[in-house]
Design a protein around this ligand. Structure first.
Ligand SMILES: [Zn+2]
Length: 428
């Protein structure tokens, strides 16, 4: 790697010192404060640190952290990889990640979807992964449409290769100004934010598409499953033909070979993340037979899917921050187990809990459901209307103590999840 200019070296070194001090005084992992210090001293530092590296940026509403981790694990097969493993996904976190792995020839950076245009410009990243866009706690469909429009502007005219989920109409629209795109059929069960064509506002059709196995002689129809296909009824905007397809528990590569994923991470959403990761690894020259064993080694990501234990109760933690995330978390639940739901409404969660009404909870009927968290009454009302029996608990600890010894699943939103992790100590 070429040497950084002196000023950038200094900014980078002081940022790392600030991060170390912050860690030493128990204020988190220090990556954000360190990056901020560096950027004050050298605002151009992100561009300089990114220069000369092979970079992938990963953005989406859900699954960014996990997919970043999966791609990082795969690329470590090729060499050292700089990454923001702790989810510090804005420019200060990126500076910190690249600065702390100065000689890594590769970088995989999780990027907050709102910061993506700025980070594309600053880093000149050659590869960008776009997975899904849906309403977050505060956003509504109009805002994510504006976000996709910003992605389009940021990608237009750049020499960038995009790996995008063709099953998400808004992502497809956001990605389609890029010079080259690898389309992946990664699924998108959450459809409430894409009933309208982002191009013309017309209705999107998801019916009447015949299933065509990938690699078979062309009939003009898209390969992949019927449920994932879509097309605008009023303009030419439609699902592009994917070259990678997530097919239940396997991924079909562009040559038509079927690879059973067999991940340790649970659920459909993680298989979708893995499909994107495999397509990305191939862009970096890493074939599936070398990338997939690396993906299988990943067991948990930033505390997600880990288990905490107290008095013989083993609670598996699932993080769900928005309606689409809850849908994916329901898919992971063990139907034979009770479930504890915990909802807070602090800053990172969004103060407004009206999004709870966007989730269909009926899948929870028939198993013991416990409701905790500071906004448990909001969730309780929602469950009552959905006809899901539940018990209220004063706290997560009380809900856990009310379980028989054994396993229980937990779905929590952001600060509720972090509180459980810190209160119940080391994950086992
Ligand atoms: Zn249209």
């Amino acid at each position: 790697m070429t040497q950084l200019p002196l000023r950038a070296q200094l900014a980078s070194a002081l940022g790392r010192t600030a991060a170390t001090l912050s860690r030493a005084t128990g204020r988190g992992d220090g990556s954000v404060i360190g990056g901020r210090v560096s950027l004050v001293l050298e605002p151009d530092l992100l561009r300089q640190l990114a220069h000369d590296r092979k970079l992938a940026l990963v953005s989406a509403t859900n699954g960014k952290t996990t997919t970043t981790r999966l791609i990082t694990s795969a690329l470590q097969e090729l060499g050292e990889v700089a990454t923001n493993a702790f989810g510090a996904n804005m420019p200060a976190g990126h500076v910190s990640a690249l600065s702390s792995a100065k000689d890594a020839p590769y970088g995989v950076l999780e990027v907050d979807e709102k910061y993506l245009p700025e980070v594309i410009d600053a880093t000149g990243a050659g590869v960008i992964c776009l997975m899904n866009l849906s309403r977050d706690q505060m956003d509504r469909a109009g805002e994510i449409w504006l976000l996709a429009q910003k992605w389009r502007r940021a990608l237009a005219g750049k020499n960038t290769h995009v790996i995008a989920n063709a099953d998400d109409p808004l992502v497809t629209w956001g990605a389609s100004t890029a010079a080259s795109v690898t389309w992946v059929s990664a699924g998108q069960p959450w459809k409430e934010d894409s009933w309208c064509c982002p191009q013309c506002g017309g209705p999107l059709d998801r019916k009447g598409m015949e299933y065509v196995p990938p690699g078979s002689a062309g009939t003009g129809a898209n390969p992949g499953t019927t449920e994932n296909d879509w097309a605008c009824r009023e303009c030419t905007f439609r699902r592009p033909t994917p070259s990678w397809v997530l097919d239940d528990d396997a991924v079909i590569d562009p040559r038509g070979r079927r690879w059973v994923l067999d991940l340790k991470l649970p659920g459909r959403a993680n298989r979708a993340n893995a499909a994107i990761a495999l397509a990305t690894a191939e862009v970096f020259g890493l074939p599936v037979d070398r990338a997939l064993p690396r993906l299988r080694e990943v067991t948990s990501v930033a505390g997600r899917y880990t288990t905490v234990e107290r008095d013989g109760r083993h609670a598996r933690l699932l993080l769900a921050k928005n309606p689409a995330g809850w849908l994916e978390a329901f898919d992971v639940l063990d139907p034979s187990l009770p479930v504890i739901l915990s909802v807070n409404a602090q800053g990172p969660d969004g103060r407004d809990t009206s999004w709870l009404w966007d989730v269909d909870y009926r899948v929870l009927r028939g198993r013991p459901v416990f409701v905790a968290g500071e906004r448990r009454l909001d969730l309780a009302l929602r469950l009552d209307v959905a006809g899901v029996p539940f018990q209220l608990a004063g706290s997560f600890g009380q809900a856990l103590a009310a379980q028989p010894p054994g396993k229980v699943d937990v779905i929590a939103n952001y600060t509720a999840f972090q509180n459980i992790r810190s209160e119940f100590g080391r994950a086992v």
